[in-house]
Design a protein around this ligand. Structure first.
Ligand code: MTE
Ligand code: MO
Length: 449
């Protein structure tokens, strides 16, 4: 069993962390995550798929005149090359945006904006839609003035400029970042309507940077007493986290690139640390310092915050791994199926412990399961897309996905997770998500079991 399921409370009894979630306000989150534009497109493509697979004669476009009418864009001059020197999505896609959750925080500096997972394809999140979680707002740092230091238990403390870092050997890796509080509002019951709000503190990118192990070697870290590192950000949040040395030497990166370009300011430009598979808070943005030490720092974001309140009232500290988790992103809460027939059920799976080995899908609330197709290459600690063919018979259905990772760990149903974790925690909810399809075709967030 993984540490998520064998509680090891550390330290004394403490109060729950200051409410990241204000329960009274959760209901204030409305259906704005549903995108009418995309829904219309889904409708068309779903209807077309139904027709193509069941009754080829009845395509949605049948009887419409669009294909016959000469449209204005067929008879006009197009826009000039580099009219948009930095390309933007079509104006018809303007509903596909990060959304702040009105229920979560009092200030827009200490808040989160969620990724619209219901509208994403494949396993890369466009950089402009990467979720944002800031404790004290985002800053846009002048890279010429940014410095990164390694100090503490090292032979020769080092200070690097961005130029110093960018001439070093680099690697590019696919990884997810998931906030430890992702899906937090679902501990008690199904609280929010769309997958953007249930799972949208999750994004996947190709990151480029320098292995931290190389930089630690350059500084000559103390191999005997250097058991931990502490990563510190340059923004006003005073964000810092302890990371075990074993992990730091394994796959942790000091990152400046994301999806082929420099990090976006919201993601920590010009430098962040990336701790693959570990809850987002450890991936410190605006990285200015790594200190080597022989004890954990017990920083504010690992003592009062980001600790798990267990059913016995104890706090579980330093739990960091994001255990295997998956979610169906389409059809999902707030979307609507229009006709019986074929639908592609599509979703994401990931594990903080390595690769996804398989994903099963159930359309009857977990009574029976069938294996989904995994699309593309499977990367370790990265988002993995799955697809599943489903013919809807027009009756109510309960859609679920369940991932198994390469360690053999299987994503739990809510009853099993709650047995160990209770219902008062905030972090590390990796339970199986259920979407109920009603006879009307509407899809809603429910919990079963
Ligand atoms: N410097 C700094 N680093 C930070 C934070 C922050 O507020 N300041 N937030 C953390 C949290 S809680 C998460 S979940 C991730 C979110 O990364 P993102 O905003 O790029 O999605 O960054 C982490 N690193
Ligand atoms: Mo987070």
């Amino acid at each position: 069993m993984k540490d998520q399921h064998s509680p090891t409370p550390i330290g004394s009894l403490r109060q729950a962390p200051e409410g990241f979630i204000e329960p009274g306000l959760v209901n204030a989150i409305h259906k704005e995550g549903v995108d009418e534009n995309r829904r219309g497109m889904l409708r068309k493509s779903f209807t077309a798929a139904v027709a193509a697979m069941a009754a080829p004669a009845a395509l949605a476009a049948d009887g419409e005149s669009e294909i016959l009418d000469l449209q204005p864009w067929s008879g006009m001059l197009g826009n000039g090359v580099a009219t948009n020197p930095y390309g933007q999505p079509s104006k018809y896609e303007s509903n596909i945006v990060r959304r702040r959750s009105p229920g979560l925080a009092a200030t827009s500096q200490a808040d989160v904006a969620f990724t619209p997972l219901q509208s994403m394809f494949g396993s890369i999140t466009p950089s402009g839609l990467h979720f944002e979680r800031h404790h004290q707002g985002w800053v846009d740092i002048d890279p010429r003035k940014h410095r990164f230091m390694i100090n503490g238990l090292v032979n020769s403390p080092k200070v690097f400029t961005m130029d110093d870092l960018m001439r070093m050997p680099s690697v590019s890796r696919m990884h997810f970042i998931e906030c430890g509080a992702n899906t937090a509002m679902e501990w008690g019951n199904s609280a929010v309507p769309t997958v953007q709000y249930t799972h949208g503190m999750l994004s996947g990118s190709e990151f480029t940077g320098v292995p931290l192990s190389l930089l630690l070697d350059m500084a000559g870290y103390d191999k005997k007493n250097g058991k931990y590192i502490m990563a510190e950000g340059a923004d006003g949040s005073g964000q810092n986290r302890t990371i075990d040395m074993d992990r730091a030497l394994d796959d942790v990166l000091v990152v400046y690139g994301q999806n082929g370009e420099m990090l976006r300011p919201e993601q920590g430009y010009p430098l962040r640390i990336l701790v693959p598979g570990v809850q987002g808070v450890s991936s410190i943005k605006y990285l200015r310092r790594v200190e080597v030490g022989d004890m954990r720092w017990s920083a504010k974001d690992e003592s009062s915050g980001y600790a798990d309140l267990m059913p016995d009232g104890m706090m579980r500290q330093y739990t960091s791994i994001q255990e295997a988790k998956s979610v169906i992103t389409s059809p999902s809460g707030g979307q609507k199926l229009l006709a019986k027939g074929y639908y592609n059920i599509s979703g994401l799976a990931w594990s903080g412990r390595g690769k996804v080995s398989k994903v099963d899908v159930s359309v009857d609330g977990g009574r029976t399961w069938k294996e989904a197709r995994i699309e593309g290459a499977i990367h370790s600690k990265a988002l993995t897309r799955f697809n599943f063919d489903w013919v809807w018979d027009g009756k109510p259905a309960l859609l679920q996905s369940r991932v198994t990772d390469e360690t053999g760990y299987v994503q739990p149903q809510y009853p099993a997770l709650r047995e160990v974790r209770g219902t008062r925690g905030i972090y590390h909810n990796n339970a199986i998500q259920t979407w109920r399809v009603l006879e009307s075709g509407e899809v809603e967030n429910v919990q079963v079991g």
